[in-house]
Design a protein around this ligand. Structure first.
Ligand code: FNR
Length: 187
C-alpha cells in the first residue's frame, strides 16, 4: 500500500543529544515504504496549563498535534531522567493527549526506544512512557525492544550511529514497527 508516515519525536533539547542522533539514524535506515519525519519544535512547547489550553493551543502545540494527526504512527525516542521520561517530553505528550476523549494519540500506533548515557538503556523511561499510553489508549509495539546503553560509545562526533550491532537492531526494529503499524492503519 501507501508509504507509512511516521512522526519521530526525540525527547532531548541539547545539541549533541544521543536520542536525536538515534532518531536521525532511524530516518536514514527506515525500510522502503516507511517515511520518518521528525518533530523539531519540542523546545517551543510551553508548560502544560489548562487555562492556556482553554484560550487555544499555543503555536507549537498546534503544530505538534497537526504533525501527529498527519502521521500513521509515532516513534518516541526517549532519554531517561531519574528513572522516568524527561519533563520536556512528558509535557509534550501531555499536551498531545488532550482532549482526553478525542486526542490524536488514541488508537494511533506507536513505538518506543531510547538512549542512555549509562548502562540501563532507558529501560525504565520506556516503561514509564508505555504506562502513560495505557491512559491515552495508544497501541504500543510490544517488541522488539531497543534499549541503547552507553550512548557515548555508539555515535561519532557528528552524531552518526557508528555501532554496527545497534544499526542492525535498529533496522530490525523499524521493519517490525512497519508491520505492526500497518495492522492498525490498514485495519
Ligand atoms: C540523567 N541520566 C540518566 N541516565 C539513566 O540511565 N537513568 C537515569 O535515571 C538518568 N537520570 C538523569 C537525570 C538527569 C536530570 C539527567 C540530565 C541525566 C543520563 C542520561 O541518560 C544522559 O544524560 C543522556 O545522554 C541523555 O540523553 P541525550 O540528551 O543525550 O539525548
Amino acid at each position: 500500500g501507501d508509504a507509512l508516515r511516521v512522526l519521530g519525536i526525540a525527547g532531548s533539547l541539547r545539541a549533541g543529544s544521543y536520542n536525536r542522533s538515534l532518531l536521525e539514524a532511524a530516518v536514514e535506515l527506515a525500510p522502503e515504504g516507511m517515511v520518518i519525519e521528525t518533530f523539531d519544535r519540542l523546545g517551543e512547547i510551553p508548560p502544560y496549563d489548562a487555562d492556556v489550553e482553554t484560550e487555544g493551543d499555543p503555536d507549537a502545540v498546534a503544530a505538534l498535534k497537526q504533525a501527529i494527526d498527519g502521521s500513521d504512527a509515532l516513534l518516541w525516542v526517549t532519554p531517561e531522567y531519574n528513572y522516568s521520561v524527561p519533563g520536556v517530553l512528558k509535557n509534550a505528550f501531555d499536551w498531545a493527549s488532550r482532549p482526553a476523549r478525542s486526542s490524536v494519540l488514541i488508537g494511533r500506533p506507536a513505538a518506543v526506544t531510547g538512549v542512555s548515557g549509562g548502562g540501563s538503556g532507558t529501560a525504565r523511561a520506556q516503561m514509564a512512557l508505555r504506562q502513560s499510553m495505557v491512559f491515552t489508549r495508544t497501541p504500543v509495539m510490544p517488541g522488539p525492544e531497543l534499549l541503547v546503553s552507553r550512548g557515548g560509545e555508539r555515535f561519532d562526533d557528528d552524531g552518526v550511529l557508528t555501532d554496527e550491532g545497534i544499526r542492525d537492531r535498529l533496522v530490525d526494529f523499524l521493519e517490525r514497527f512497519d508491520e505492526f503499524a500497518r495492522r492498525f492503519r490498514d485495519a
